[in-house]
Ligand binder design. Structure first.
Ligand SMILES: *[C@@H]1O[C@H](CO)[C@@H](O)[C@H](O)[C@H]1NC(C)=O
Ligand SMILES: *[C@@H]1O[C@H](CO)[C@@H](O)[C@H](O)[C@H]1NC(C)=O
Length: 463
């Protein structure tokens, strides 16, 4: 009975408690919809680990789906690619395409256990049940797209199903979390989801917070505010940065201007202080192959290369806190370190530890009356003025590929590979992108924006 289910080798990287996970988001398809093969993933992972200026630190990959495109429920080829390249994984189960589709995600998870347990030791950072599903069912999310998303109850049920699936397997200790925009976490109705998970994954893009002063010089504080807000409601659970980044090209979003120089500043001010201290999956390595989306976030262009579009070295970053640079669109990297001493502390480790739970009131929140919070997933942005109430302006980009129904809806779930939510292209996919409706948060975000984001002001009760 060599069933892998019996191999209780802790595949989780619990032991790697020392260092934080650091890497990028990886979609399952290219911008033209072509499904990535194991070799494609291996090439991407090797490139990420060899990027000039990074000292080989980007060795983790966040995935959006467990299912390989073109199959009903075979494990995504990124898994064997990660094994062969020693890349750690934040596995993800696409949860916005309905129950039948989710069953295939679970089946792929089970097959992963059956086929790869014994080879995953130390490679699993965690498992995310869903990606921006709560954002999709929110009013703003619905306004932007008919994507069904998933309710808090549904996600809680899915989390339980995942726990049942990994129980007794090599993945049993993998911390389970959920990825969404900060705005949904501060919505009390969604608290059951936070209660059900081990870590909270936050997507935050100041670039998309275009109803607020989101010029580059304010980006760092917008990001910090989102992080503080999320920590404030995480109940002490670790907050992981599952997506953030600044576009290297594309249209302006409010006062945010895409450019490689600006992406470099954001990398220095927001990324560098967190790398190695907090689990971070940046958006992203590459989102423009073969075509370049608008906006484009990739640190490399359409061809795989270890030479990034801008300097990724953090060597010259000023570690001093608060020096918020007043940089405008194209300013110099007057780096500012993220003052989040507290923040990083918590997010680091997966397990249930956590330090100051949520005092999210740290530096930023107090100081910034406008507690802005960024939202996210690229999709939402919001600002939170008053202490008690938050008026968030959310820019709603149609999450996922625009019409979610295609993700799981229109397409006979499970059956049609193409219809699979497999396309979570981390590549912020173009609006047109995928036929398979890219379940990517990123995709959505990108799409939406490109498609003209709708700004909605919503009042949300904030704790
Ligand atoms: C709060 O969350 C619930 C459940 O996800 C959702 O139905 C509701 O629309 C959300 N409220 C706002 C203002 O987003
Ligand atoms: C979503 O896409 C499906 C399939 O293309 C289409 O039938 C449906 O009308 C679309 N829904 C919306 C709201 O655009």
């Amino acid at each position: 009975m060599p069933s892998s289910a019996h191999l209780l080798t802790l595949a989780t990287a619990v032991s790697s408690a020392a260092a934080a996970f650091q890497g990028f988001n990886y979609g399952s398809t290219f911008t033209d919809g072509r499904v990535k093969s194991q070799q494609d993933f291996e090439s991407e992972f090797k490139t990420a680990a060899s990027l000039d200026g990074t000292n080989g630190g980007f060795t983790s990959a966040r995935l959006y789906t467990m299912v390989q495109g073109g199959t009903p429920n075979d494990p995504i080829s990124a898994i064997p690619a990660a094994i062969s390249t020693k890349t750690s994984l934040l596995l993800g189960l696409w949860a916005s395409a309905g129950e039948a589709s989710f069953k295939n995600e679970l089946a792929a998870l089970q097959k992963t256990i059956d086929q790869y347990c014994g080879k995953l030791d130390g490679l699993i950072a965690g498992i995310s049940v869903g990606s921006e599903d709560l954002y999709r069912i929110s009013p703003i999310g619905q306004a932007a797209s008919p994507d069904p998303g998933a309710s808090p109850d549904t996600l809680v049920s899915y989390v339980k199903q995942v726990r049942d699936t990994i129980k007794g397997s090599c993945l049993q200790d993998a911390p389970i979390g959920h990825v969404d925009t900060w705005t949904v976490y501060v919505n009390e109705t969604n608290k059951p989801v936070i209660d059900a998970i081990d870590w909270v994954g936050m997507d935050a893009y100041p670039y998309y917070e275009n109803t607020k002063p989101n010029e580059l010089s304010n980006a760092k504080s917008l990001f910090q505010a989102a992080l503080d807000k999320t920590k404030g409601v995480s109940g002490g659970k670790p907050v992981w940065i599952t997506e953030t980044g600044w576009p290297v090209s594309g249209d302006k979003s409010g006062a945010a201007v895409p450019s490689t120089d600006n992406a470099k500043v954001f990398w220095d001010e927001v990324g560098c202080p967190m790398f190695g201290k907090t689990n971070v999956w940046w958006f992203t390595l590459q989102d423009g192959s073969p075509t370049t989306p608008n906006p484009a976030f990739g640190v490399i262009g359409s061809e795989l290369t270890t030479k990034p579009l801008y300097d990724l070295s953090c060597d010259n970053v000023d570690p001093s806190p608060s020096s918020t640079s007043a940089v405008s669109s194209s300013s110099k990297p007057s780096s500012t370190a993220v003052p989040s001493a507290s923040s990083s502390a918590q997010s680091e480790q997966p397990s249930t530890s956590s330090a100051d739970s949520g005092s999210g009131s740290g530096s930023v929140s107090n100081s910034a009356p406008a507690a802005t919070t960024t939202a996210q997933g690229g999709s939402v942005s919001s600002s939170a003025p008053a202490p008690g109430t938050t008026v968030s302006t959310v820019v709603v980009p149609p999450p996922v590929g625009g019409n979610t129904s295609s993700a799981g809806g229109s397409v006979p779930t499970g059956t049609n590979p193409a219809g699979q939510p497999t396309a979570p292209t981390g590549t912020g996919a173009q609006p047109t992108a995928s036929p398979s409706s890219i379940p990517t948060a990123a995709a959505g975000r990108v799409n939406s924006i490109g498609a003209a984001a709708v700004a909605i002001v919503m009042a949300a009760a904030v704790i």
